[in-house]
Design a protein around this ligand. Structure first.
Ligand code: SF4
Length: 96
């Protein structure tokens, strides 16, 4: 009986590691997103608070964006495990 439990546990672990798992879109209400001023669209940026924002900057042309150019969303090195919108922005923006 204990062996069955052990093998069942291994099976579950293997199942969780499948690469087909859905990736969540980062929410603007995520605490880290709030602290970094992340917005899904640059039109929503609080320009009085985030004065470093320069029009034309967006996740899609940020050095930390990890998707191909022209994609609408993709992974970001800052927000691991979630995807950001190419039209978005946060205060850690780095020119590519
Ligand atoms: Fe977007 Fe770059 Fe901020 Fe990531 S680091 S959320 S890609 S602006």
């Amino acid at each position: 009986m204990p062996l069955v439990g052990l093998f069942t546990g291994l099976s579950i672990k293997t199942g969780q590691a499948q690469p087909s798992a859905q990736v969540e879109v980062l929410s603007e209400t995520n605490p880290q997103a709030i602290s970094l001023g992340y917005k899904m669209n640059t039109a929503s940026i609080d320009r009085l608070r985030w004065t470093q924002f320069v029009p034309g900057q967006s996740c899609g042309n940020c050095a930390l964006y990890q998707a191909t150019r022209g994609s609408t969303q993709g992974p970001c090195k800052i927000f691991g495990g979630q995807v950001v919108m190419a039209a978005g922005w946060c205060r850690l923006y780095k020119a590519a």
